[in-house]
Design a protein around this ligand. Structure first.
Ligand code: ATR
Length: 286
């Protein structure tokens, strides 16, 4: 028997064990996918344990995506660009790090949002790890411009400064989270993405919208990477204003599907993964 797991802290509500196990069972792969809740003082031991012959690999989630990078043996190009790992493969005792969030977000935009980022004007709310992966994805997809708007302007400025050398023709800019930033940047944009935690279940601001309604126009796709709840206040507001919307579940599933392929060499059954995740989210919402 061989094992895969998700490493994070705390891990109570991770959906990965649910939809990854459903996919493994569906294809009769025979591996077990576990939740490996790991406090900070146990991280090094956990990483050492990944080298065992019975371990296939792991996912990495909050708060370890960045700090785990130097503990691995080899990291791919995207990990260096994003500065974060979300997938580890145990290659005969050598740990290889990957970032499938980039591929997951682009697949979600393309397949579920019908959106090709090439040549497009994009505005992102937030400047944390999720925003960083998304900006790298949008540079990879040759977006025309990406404006990062964040409550803490210095964090948005740092993100832009770090990624500017990779920008390769994509115009990157940081703005403070004030009304005039939104009216200046978002009014004419093609895609508006929420990468903040505002509107997420359990944060205390579930009903809040991270973007002023006035900045949302009917020609934009509004993409909220939050998947709890499945429909956020931002998505409701965007619909009311005639915009198309995309929620966060597809990206969660597609990053997992890309990880699944790295571990097993097989195409992940994404429909099975979606069903398993939706079942849990629906139960939680009852
Ligand atoms: P992740 O790795 O999921 O991106 P993170 O690094 O903690 O998580 O980033 C969370 C993002 O949500 C940040 O951009 C944060 O803004 P700050 O950089 O100013 O902290 C943003 N965020 C969280 N709560 C917020 C709030 N109440 N209003 C506005 N932005 C908020």
């Amino acid at each position: 028997m061989a094992f895969i797991g998700v490493i994070g802290h705390p891990l109570k509500k991770s959906l990965s064990p649910v939809f990854q196990q459903a996919a493994l069972d569906h294809l009769k792969v025979g591996h077990i996918y576990e939740a490996w809740a790991t406090p900070p003082e146990g991280l090094q031991t956990r990483v050492t344990g990944l080298r065992a012959p019975t371990v296939i690999g792991a996912n990495v989630t909050v708060p370890y995506k960045e700090m785990i990078v130097p503990m691995l043996d080899i990291c791919d190009e995207l990990v260096r660009k994003v500065g974060a790992v979300n997938t580890i493969v145990n290659d005969d005792g050598k740990l290889r790090g990957y970032n499938t969030d980039v591929e997951g977000s682009l697949r979600a935009l393309r397949e579920d949002g019908g959106f090709d980022a090439s040549g497009k004007r994009i505005v992102i709310a937030g400047a944390g790890g999720a925003a960083r992966a998304l900006v790298v994805a949008l540079i990879e997809a040759q977006a025309a411009s990406v404006v990062v708007i964040n409550r803490t302007l210095s964090r948005a400025s740092k993100l832009v400064e770090d990624l500017l050398p990779l920008a390769n023709g994509t115009d990157l800019k940081a703005l403070p989270d004030i009304f005039t930033s939104w009216t200046a940047a978002a009014v004419g944009c093609d895609l508006l993405v929420n990468c903040t935690s505002v509107g997420s279940t359990g944060t205390g601001d579930e009903g809040d919208c991270p973007v002023p309604a006035e900045a949302i126009h009917s020609g934009a796709l509004v993409y909220d990477i939050i998947y709890r709840p499945l429909e956020t206040a931002l998505m409701r507001t965007a619909k009311e204003r005639g915009a198309r919307v995309l929620g966060g579940l597809p990206m969660l599933i597609y990053q997992g599907a890309a990880s699944f392929k790295l571990w097993t060499g097989r195409e992940a059954p994404v429909d099975v993964m979606f069903d398993a995740a939706r079942e849990v989210l629906a139960k939680e919402a009852d």
